[in-house]
Design a protein around this ligand. Sequence first.
Ligand code: MN
Length: 333
Amino acid sequence: MKTLARQKLRVSIPSGSRVFCISHNDDADGLASAALVRCATRSRFALAGYEDIGRVLAEAPRDLDWLIVTDLGLNGRQELIRNLPTIARRVLYVDHHMLSAESKTALQKAKVIVRHSLNDCTSVLVWDLLRKQLPEEAVNLAAYGAVTDPPTSGLLTREVHLKTSWNVDAYEGHLLALALSSKRCTDGLREKIVKGLAALQLPHRMGAVRRLADQQAARMTKVQKQLCDRAQVKGRVSIARAGPLALGTSAELLLGVPNVVASVVYSKAGSPSRTRVSVRGTHECRRHLGKLILRIARKFGGAGGGHMLAAGAILPSQRLEEFLDLFVREIGR
Ligand SMILES: [Mn+2]
């Protein structure tokens, strides 16, 4: 019953409210979520990654009526959670990454309104939550997230697919996903894309998105070969330093190494003392990678989490080797 009540959670944000949205900067789901919030509430927004979410929150405008955090898993980030109510009168958290009971309790204590599900991606959840305040066509933004995120079985996702054109929305969503996975997609361009999407502009009408997506598609085959050539295979895990693609994309491509069930890609996270890690798995790895990465990253003074077969972490660079060794042992033979 509790789940049902949460499923039906809708929020109505009075027009004229001061709203600020912080969303994930990395993929179509994150950008579509920010665009949906902006479309419904005319909010300002900022895009953040896991390594700079603390800074972006600290720089958020104050005296807000609403802070809306989307597609940024706050699992295990207790201090960040405790701090949320100091930023706005009401805080709404919409997300689909793993969330422990401990972190749920922390969110409750901070009086954060939570819309969380593992069965629908964030843009689909945001669309449902704000659908009364959104124009009919905004459902396409939810579809961009749904077609490009790992497939899920949620009823809302099905509803979104039924309301949209599979071919057109997959085309638009994948243009977006390809462009966003390019290192040439700057922060400034990402913000421009959110504004365009919020105004219901189609990705194929955004010149920069088309150009980057085109280059990226051509590039991926080449980079996959380079990545696989330089990968180290330990146990059933392929490991490589990230190439010129986004970390998650590189990790996906690295699963192409024969006979591995998981892949790890790493690169420096802004400063040389922190390393960002992205992990992907096949069904044969038989582990919930989000939970596994959360545990191992913590052990080495980092933070992490994610989904069943896709996860990420950030950790002190000098602990990377130990992290990798333990991950390989946990995946086993
Ligand atoms: Mn997402």
